[in-house]
Design a protein around this ligand. Structure first.
Ligand code: PRP
Ligand code: URA
Length: 214
């Protein structure tokens, strides 16, 4: 089974309610999503691997540690951009890559228009964190994971704000137990279901449009 972590925090619930409210404007939408991204980042980063490091304090040597993983943040454009701040500010060493996908309005399949990923030889310590506020049918996330797996990348975290049960089930069905061993799925809320246009209910509407005012 896909490891699903529902992130429960009073501030997440507070800002998620602001995000759902149709009266919330663009500026507040963007800042609320950004605030949640810090809390998610703390949770996701808590699973990073560390290695021992000795430092010289002004007085003596001290045992410390440093992050061992090479970490790539992969926001799915456009709405994923709204979740990058927490990750890049808490850990500025993170590499930021982008994938551009939009859903075809008729068949709801993802259409790729951009992908830029760094050449990293050491895949063993590489961790990729996909961020996208909405996981609806799961098609966009599945497409992105397939791309990463085809590049030999196994350690993958998927971080979303709201997910539909249909999307989580599709991701779970699409990948083998072995592939899912190194995958983790984080979400703030699993909502009720999708409507017949593929929108999450109750959801928050179109995240990209609300964030960019389009
Ligand atoms: C939204 C959302 C996800 C996708 C989720 O993006 O940000 O990327 O839909 O749907 P799925 O799980 O059914 O694939 P959208 O296609 O609206 O593009 P945008 O972010 O540019 O608005
Ligand atoms: N994309 C969104 O932005 N919202 C949904 O409810 C589904 C897909």
């Amino acid at each position: 089974m896909l490891k699903v972590n529902e992130v429960n925090h009073p501030l997440v619930a507070h800002y998620l309610t602001i995000l759902r409210d149709k009266a919330t404007g663009k500026a507040q939408f963007k800042s609320s999503l950004e605030k949640i991204s810090y809390i998610l980042a703390v949770d996701v980063f808590s699973k990073l691997n560390s290695e021992a490091k000795i430092v010289e304090t002004p007085l003596m040597k001290a045992k410390g540690s440093k992050i061992k993983n090479k970490v790539v943040l992969l926001p799915i454009l456009r709405a994923g951009l709204g979740m990058t701040a927490g990750f890049t500010e808490l850990y500025p060493e993170i590499i930021v890559s982008h994938i551009g996908l939009y859903r075809d309005e008729e068949n709801l399949r993802p259409v790729k228009y951009y992908f830029k990923f760094p050449q990293i030889k050491d895949k063993e310590h590489l961790k990729v964190i996909i961020v996208d506020p909405m996981v609806a049918t799961g098609g966009s996330v599945i497409f992105t994971i397939e791309y990463l797996l085809s590049m030999g990348i196994k350690n993958i975290s998927i971080v979303s704000l709201i997910s539909a049960p249909e999307g989580i089930n599709s991701i779970d069905k699409r990948f083998s137990a072995q592939e899912k061993e190194n995958m983790s799925f984080y979400t703030c809320k699993i909502d009720d279901k999708l409507n017949n246009k593929g929108y999450i209910l109750p959801g928050l509407g179109d995240a990209g449009d609300r964030m960019f005012g389009t």
